[in-house]
Design a protein around this ligand. Structure first.
Ligand SMILES: [Zn+2]
Length: 435
């Protein structure tokens, strides 16, 4: 398919097709998925040793997979399983890899993992992001600021960027807040895409310092769970609507928030998303594990790959008229769910919703240190008093009831993960056992 297209002159045509796919009638979209799925499965079986073995082990042939439903006969692959494979078992054979692009997963669990794309796949991934941005208000002539772990290094060197199209700048979350703030004022972006935790700090600084010249038209967030309090602070600080994106290194952008606010549209022309509860498909609204199949990755295919993320499918269709199916926000990774000793699962949102109602808290983090031990770290703000700690403790203790002991401490700052992301709720117990 796309890997044989040699030249970037095809890019406008790809983008036209990507935008057209948004409004395909359901049967045409399903037909597109079936054709792409059959092609990617055949390719993986013929050229990728890991998938050849997986199919053979369960006695499946590529021609058995004719529609997304047929995929369920194939076992789910986890990141842990892929990590154990030699690299050459995961990449299509007979590739010289000369023009390939390698990216590392962020390794928020401490184990980075290398993923390979051809140049064309890499371009396509960028175009899918561009589609999500333009559907939520981005214009090609916008100055775009990316607030994440990258720094500006020779960006904007393409001829079209010199003409003022697709200009991209970076604000690095590892820098001091003052450095980030100065950089943002210098860029004066019309479009921002970044980590919610970093954007929240910048938004608070904009509010406190009364700076009004940073006025993007749209702010897009991604890579972390976005809670209501953070969303509201970012909206107030930047004076712009917020749209959240769900993306991963393996698949690029998977889903993006519809401007109508009904949910997140899944890019189902390029990624098949299954929602599984104990191996069966979830009902609309039911919290489930996400298992994804890439319909465009041929260099390093991902078929029924568990991302370890949790979200619910939503019933359609969307009033906006776009045909892509809907899902709810990602509620965190499986490892962010707090599983209590009795087996009860507590969503990160339960802690977030409760703690942000308590005055005196600038930032917080909930860590399950042991099965029955929860530590809450609080960064005080101006309204903080000793009673704040007691109130947080009482509220969190109510959530976990008798099943765990809650301790609360005040601290000056909270650590980022090695990936530069911030996790407001995390379980060290789950991380140790699952990844
Ligand atoms: Zn919609």
């Amino acid at each position: 398919m796309m890997q044989h297209v040699p030249d970037v002159v095809y890019i406008p045509f790809w983008f036209y097709q990507l935008r057209r796919n948004l409004y395909l009638p359901p049967e045409r979209l399903l037909d597109l998925q079936r054709r792409r799925l059959a092609a990617v499965v055949r390719h993986a079986y013929e050229h990728v040793p890991y998938y050849r073995r997986l199919f053979d082990r369960v006695g499946l042939r590529p021609e058995d997979i004719r529609s997304p439903d047929d995929l369920r006969a194939l076992p789910v692959t986890t990141k842990a399983v892929l990590r154990e494979q030699p690299k050459q078992a995961l990449v299509a054979l007979h590739r010289d890899g000369h023009n390939d692009i390698s990216v590392m997963t962020s390794g928020s669990t401490g184990m980075p993992f290398q993923i390979r794309f051809s140049r064309q796949e890499h371009w396509l991934k960028s175009l899918v992001f561009l589609r999500a941005f333009t559907e939520t208000g981005y214009r090609l002539t916008d100055r775009q600021a990316m607030v994440d772990r990258r720094r500006d290094e020779g960006q904007n060197r393409w001829w079209f960027q010199r003409w003022g199209i697709f200009r991209k700048y970076h604000v690095c979350v590892y820098d001091d807040l003052d450095v980030q703030f100065a950089r943002l004022r210098q860029i004066r972006p019309q479009h921002i895409h970044g980590y919610p935790s970093a954007l929240k700090c910048l938004a608070q600084a904009l509010i406190e310092r009364g700076v009004t010249e940073v006025r993007p038209r749209v702010v897009c967030t991604g890579a972390e769970v976005l809670d209501k309090g953070t969303r509201e602070t970012i909206r107030r600080g930047f004076g712009a609507p917020i749209f959240d994106l769900y993306s991963t290194m393996e698949f690029g952008n998977i889903a993006w928030e519809c401007p109508t606010g009904t949910g997140y549209h899944i890019n189902s022309d390029l990624v098949l998303v299954e929602f599984l509860v104990d191996g069966r498909p979830a009902r609309p609204g039911e919290r489930a594990e996400l298992v994804c199949t890439s319909l465009f990755s041929y260099t390093m295919p991902f078929i029924r790959y568990s991302l370890g993320d949790v979200a619910a499918p939503l019933a359609g269709p969307c009033p906006c008229g776009r045909g892509f199916p809907l899902m709810g926000p990602v509620e965190g990774r499986l490892v962010d769910l707090i599983v209590l000793p009795g087996g009860r699962k507590v969503s990160p949102y339960q802690f977030m919703a409760t703690i942000r109602e308590i005055p005196g808290i600038g930032q917080f983090q909930v860590v399950q240190e042991a099965p029955a031990r929860i530590l809450v770290r609080i960064v005080p703000d101006a309204k903080f008093s000793p009673a704040t700690l007691a109130e947080v403790e009482a509220c969190c203790q109510r959530i976990v009831a008798q099943e765990a002991q809650v301790a609360v401490v005040a601290t000056e700052s909270l650590p980022l993960e090695p990936s530069g992301k911030f996790r407001a709720v995390k379980s060290e117990v789950q991380s140790a056992s699952q990844t």
